[in-house]
Design a protein around this ligand. Sequence first.
Ligand SMILES: Cc1ncc(COP(=O)(O)O)c(C=O)c1O
Length: 411
Amino acid sequence: MSSINTPSSSRRAIPHVPVLSLAAFTGGRRAALPSLLDGADVRLVTSGRIAIGLALRALGVGKGDVVLVPAYHSPSMVPPAHWCGAEVAFYRVRPDTAPDLADIGDKVAGGRVKAIIATHFFGIPHDLAPLRALCDRHGIGLVEDCAHAFFGARDGVPVGSTGDYAIGSSMKFFPIYEGGCLVSRRHTLDAALHGAGAGFEVKAALNALEAAFVYGRLPVLRVLLALPLRLKSALWNALKSRGSGTSGGGTAPPAPALAPSSSDSSFDFDARWADKRSSWFSRTVLRGVSPARIVARRRRNYLDLQRALDGVPGCSPLFPRLPDGACPWMFPLVVDRPEAVAAALLRAGVPITRFGATLWPGVDAGVCANSADLGRRLIALPCHQALEDDERTWLHAQVRQALETCAAVPA
Ligand SMILES: Cc1ncc(COP(=O)(O)O)c(C=O)c1O
């Protein structure tokens, strides 16, 4: 049973990412769609961006090389290329986010492009066969970015199987605090990973549990863990203040971060996590929860939201229909008055994501008009598997109300 938080008690009234519940372990293992991990060599790391860095490194990307990244992107996709010593150039996307092959063709002509990153945005798989052929013609490595598409297939081709390497952001699909994966169905992976220490293991487990408790999940466990969680908070605060305290006139060195900042919605790339394995807790949850439930509920939630918004003024779904092979990350809605609608939704505590609103410096409408337009007008709404029926009903009502109210006010 969930409890919808009032915006004053929490910035987000309903969970923006999947949170843990006992139900997550029910529903069976046979998902209707393939998973990124099926039949692949896999390394479970702490984030998708670390996996991108490892994929580029495996492709031999280095100084003097160029990595092509979609102009519509998360800024977290760029620093992994810089970590390898490469430069980044941005290629155009079409209005539906598909890669613009003509533009990519022009950009590879210079001869310095060593790798291309192609993203299945919002979990809707693209047909990457033409891009694969272009990469093969030019001897360029293809990194399939499945951060939004942990499950799925297009024309029978599973996500993650077209790129030389593919990456996932497991924390977007599973109820875990940290997690990403590097996978390959074409090459053996040689990245060696190590544990990140007891502090990280404890933090990854407790943060995932706390995220569930905030939204009324796992109430019995919440009572049982009340004391250990209070101790954890005291310990964290003591560690945080260690860096700001002085002893003997000098400043003590800051305590090392217990977990990567990628887990806290930052775009940073911290190379110290490049050789770290995802936590035991995250790996256990990843293997233990039901993939069938994730796929089925995300698809149902997406379709229900689409129906709820049918005929509502001032908006249209980015994709006219949800393809059979898609397991959506979020529901992308293109909105006529994005600033007013986003402000109204945030005031109500609706957890929205404005993917592409922040692009890498220099990437503007001159580089790619479609990316700039999507970044400005697109509001992504949650459709993850952990949303309960009352939360979905509430979400539908809030979104309808925000759109109708904004449409009624003269611009
Ligand atoms: C398309 C895309 N690729 C890669 C990443 C990086 O994933 P992570 O946040 O797990 O590092 C993100 C993060 O939002 C993303 O949206």
